[in-house]
Design a protein around this ligand. Sequence first.
Ligand SMILES: Nc1ncnc2c1ncn2[C@@H]1O[C@H](COP(=O)(O)OP(=O)(O)O)[C@@H](O)[C@H]1O
Ligand SMILES: [Mg+2]
Length: 271
Amino acid sequence: MDINKKTLSIAIMSGKGGVGKTNISLNLAYALYELNNSAILMDCDLGLANLDVLLGVTPEKNLQDLLEPDIQAKDVVVSLESPNLDFLPAATGVPELANWDSDIQSVLLEKLNDFFQNYKYLLLDLGAGINNTVTILATMTHLKCVVITPEPTSLTDSYALIKILSSQRNVKDFLIIVNMVKNKREGEQAFKRLQMACEHFLGIKITLLGIILRDSAVTKAVLSQTPLCKLEPNSKAYKNIKKIALKINKISATIPSPINSALNIYLLNQK
Ligand SMILES: Nc1ncnc2c1ncn2[C@@H]1O[C@H](COP(=O)(O)OP(=O)(O)O)[C@@H](O)[C@H]1O
Ligand SMILES: [Mg+2]
C-alpha cells in the first residue's frame, strides 16, 4: 500500500429525506472525476438505497454480498467511467444492514478500507436522519456535509442531526450545502439561520460549502435515470455542484499530513 496516497472521505447526510443527498453525491462524484480525480461513490442509504436507480444501472452484487468470506470489494464494485469512477451499491430493504451492528461493521469496513485507498475521494450517500449507520459513518469520515433546503422542517431536522452528532460523537466540523433554493440569497439566509442556532445553542461553527439552485434539469435527470452531468452538463444545478467539487479539491490540498486510512476505523470501538 502506498502510504503517501491520500483518500479523502466525504459523508453526505441530512436531517430529513428528499433534500437532494443522492443527486448531490452522484453528481459531485462525477464533478470530482471530471477534475481528474479518481472517486468511488458508496450507497450507504441502507434502508432506501437508490443510487442505482438514478444511475440507471442494475448491479449484480451489493454490500450485503461482501459479508460472504470469498467476496471482495472488487467483485461488487460497478464501473461508471473507466478507469477511476466506481460505484458500490447497497441492498435495499435488508433489515440487518439498515442498522449495522458491530460484527457487520467490522467485516464490511475491514474489507473496504484498503480497497478505498485506490481512490482520491470516497463519497458516502447516507440515509436521512440519525441511525446507527449514519452515526458510525459520519464519525469516521474526513468531511461531514449536511444537505439542507430553505424549508423550516429541513432547518430544524438538520439542527437536530448536528446536535446529536456533536453531543454524542463529538463531531464539530460540519460543511453545509443548501439545495433547492430560488436564488443565492435564499441559500445564504437559510445557512445563516442554521449557523446562528448552531453557534448560539451548541457553540459550534458551521461552514457553508455551497448553494445549489432549484433546477428542473435535476427532475429531468431523475426521470430519465441519467446523471444530471450527462443529461444537462450546462445546467445551473450542475454548475453549482462543479463549484463545490472545486472547493473540495482545495480543501483536500490544504490537509497537511498524509491520510493513511479512508475511514478512521479505530473510531469504531470508541462508543
Ligand atoms: N437542485 C434541485 N432542483 C430541483 N429538484 C431537486 C434538486 N435536488 C433534488 N431535487 C429533487 O428532489 C428529489 C429528492 O432528491 P434525492 O437526491 O433523492 O434526495 P435524498 O437523497 O436526500 O432523499 C429528487 O427526485 C429531485 O427531483
Ligand atoms: Mg437518497
